[in-house]
Design a protein around this ligand. Structure first.
Ligand code: CTP
Ligand SMILES: C[C@](O)(CO)[C@H](O)COP(=O)(O)O
Length: 229
């Protein structure tokens, strides 16, 4: 199933603590966000990449996109103050009658078999997200006191890509603007429409590089995949 992909890359990487965008960090001699873009560049089902960048990073990101010949980048879109705003700036540009994926640039370990399973469900149902079952016990807390232990069997850690019929995603973002609602993922906006969102089980190594500790895991994944190739 052919699709377009929005890659939000306009964050500041504050929790990584580098003083610069974490997406320029090099993993196995390539910037993090280039690893992510290469997956979609090499996927024959990907018809276009919409890269969302901050004004500060635009020149450097554009140079790197050209250096690594990411030819499917359709446009560099100006980011916003929140991830949701960045995504919406791109959503407005996507052609109708398309399946659109939204995938964090900070998740470089996505693989095409997972993308294929996800887009198939989104084509059939309208909305789908990659996710993995939670492994830790989760509790609601008030201050430093436990309020409630949440039943774990129904809890999933939601990842990206998240895949949608573009009409559904456009409606969801437009409603969020009207309601001044900010969600932490795109699926939460789609859920607010009353649209069913399907879970597609992914892999635990589809991590988001957020804090320095994530880099240890990232190096291990790179090493594991290098031995497999
Ligand atoms: N205003 C924003 C915020 C985030 N992102 C992107 O959304 C993805 C997930 O966001 P996150 O991991 O939180 O990245 P940052 O916002 O950069 O991290 P931090 O919150 O630590 O600053 C990243 O690829 C990030 O570049 C974006 O495009 N626009
Ligand atoms: C979209 C996401 O990656 C799903 O897990 C996550 O919500 C992004 O959160 P962030 O704080 O914007 O990184």
């Amino acid at each position: 199933m052919a699709y377009e992909v929005i890659i939000p890359a306009a964050g500041q990487g504050k929790r990584m603590g580098l003083g610069k965008n974490k997406l320029f960090l090099e993993l196995d001699h390539l910037p993090v966000f280039i690893h992510t873009l290469i997956v979609f560049e090499n996927d024959p089902n990907c018809n276009g990449i919409w890269l969302v960048v901050s004004s500060d990073d635009k020149k450097q990101m554009n140079e790197l996109v050209k250096k690594y010949a990411i030819t499917k980048v359709t446009a560099l879109i100006e980011g916003g103050s929140e991830r949701q705003h960045s995504v919406y700036h791109a959503v407005k540009e996507i052609p109708d009658d398309t399946i659109v994926l939204v995938h964090d640039a900070a998740r470089p370990f996505i693989q095409t078999d997972q993308i294929a399973r996800l887009t198939k469900v989104a084509e059939e149902i309208g909305a789908a997200v990659l996710a993995v079952p939670i492994k830790d016990t989760v509790k609601k807390v008030d201050g430093d006191l436990v309020v409630e232990t949440v039943e774990r069997s129904s809890l999933w850690a939601i990842q990206t890509p998240q895949a949608f019929r573009i009409s559904i995603l456009k409606d969801a973002h437009e409603k969020a603007v009207v309601d001044t609602y900010i969600g932490t993922d795109d699926a939460s906006l789609v859920e607010r429409l009353g649209q069913a969102v399907h879970i597609v089980e992914g892999n635990y190594d589809n991590i988001k590089l957020t804090t320095p500790e994530d880099l240890y895991f990232a190096e291990a994944i790179v090493a594991k995949r290098r031995t497999k190739n």
